[in-house]
Design a binder for this molecule. Structure first.
Ligand code: SAM
Length: 276
């Protein structure tokens, strides 16, 4: 396996010092491809969610949002039973901003602030998605640039596994969240690491109010979205990086896809509240 493929697959196990620079590099690479193509290829960077056979579609989307239906559905699922209408929301690890835009447009929070790495990526997100209610700020999950008790809701989708110090991130979420706030965490873990995730959340002062294993839904989304993911890579990514991007995107035949399909990698969605 090429070094670039290994870096993508083992990203979350790389020494901390490499992780943030790698994400900035990755964002800048994607921005460069957008520039070359004169349009925006993707606004989400997650594996998506699809209802299982026989279950109804979860989301009614405007035609312009249809191409990224599955990643948007993951955000819809991440909201769980929580209503963000009128709430002040923080998202950490907002990527290319598609999820922040989707929640702001469809669920009407009073204000939505989204944090991620890299000045160019943040400039792109503000220019492409920003509005009077939605803004993007450069910041680090492990050192959030906000005062204590600033938010009703914190959203985190497919990002926490990448952080160098996950307990510190959870402590930061607890700090910036109001006493009656809600923390919505949706992410993947190796199957054997789920107990550690739960105990770290408890240590940070969170109680799990809802937890759902959505691995099968993620696998189905990857299958249904495979053609779009492959053609995006074929059209936009230079040959020497197509396999690495295939791993990143979880296309069928990739190791990432196989890890989900075998259940070695699990995907969970949680709603947490400050423990009483
Ligand atoms: C797989 S992407 C998911 C992006 C977005 N949540 C989505 O679903 O489209 C993970 C994101 O986490 C961000 N990230 C990684 N480490 C971070 C950190 N320490 N602080 C803030 N964001 C971070 C990356 O830059 C990247 O945008």
């Amino acid at each position: 396996m090429a070094l670039s493929d290994r870096i993508v697959l083992k990203y979350a196990e790389l020494p901390r010092v490499f992780r943030k620079p790698l994400w900035r590099f990755w964002h800048n690479l994607i921005l460069g491809r957008d520039r070359d193509h004169g349009d925006v290829g993707v606004t989400f960077m997650n594996y998506g969610f699809a209802p299982l056979e026989g279950e109804p579609e979860t989301v009614a989307l405007a035609p312009g949002d249809e191409p990224e239906r599955f990643p948007a559905q993951l955000y819809h699922r991440a909201l769980r039973s929580h209503d963000v209408d009128g709430k002040v929301v923080l998202e950490v690890g907002s990527g290319r901003g598609g999820g922040a835009s989707y929640i702001t447009r469809y669920f009407r929070p009073e204000r939505y602030v989204a944090v991620d790495l890299g000045p160019k990526n943040i400039r792109f997100c503000n220019a492409y998605h920003g509005s009077d209610r939605l803004s993007f700020v450069e910041g680090d999950a492990e050192d959030l640039p906000f005062a204590d008790g600033s938010f009703d809701t914190v959203v985190n989708v497919e990002s926490s596994r990448c952080y160098g110090d996950i307990p510190r991130f959870f402590a930061e979420v607890r700090r910036v969240l109001r006493e009656n706030g809600v923390f919505l965490l949706t992410d993947m873990r190796w199957q054997g690491d789920l107990p550690l995730l739960r105990s770290r959340l408890a240590t940070a002062g969170f109680a799990i109010a809802e937890e759902e294993n959505i691995t099968a839904n993620v696998v189905r989304a990857l299958e249904l979205d495979d053609r779009r993911r492959r053609s995006m890579i074929e059209q936009r990514i230079p040959g020497f990086l197509t396999r690495a991007f295939g791993e990143f995107a979880g296309v069928k035949g990739s190791r990432r896809y196989a890890e989900f399909a075998s259940g070695r990698m699990q995907y969970v969605s949680m709603l947490l509240r400050p423990a009483g």
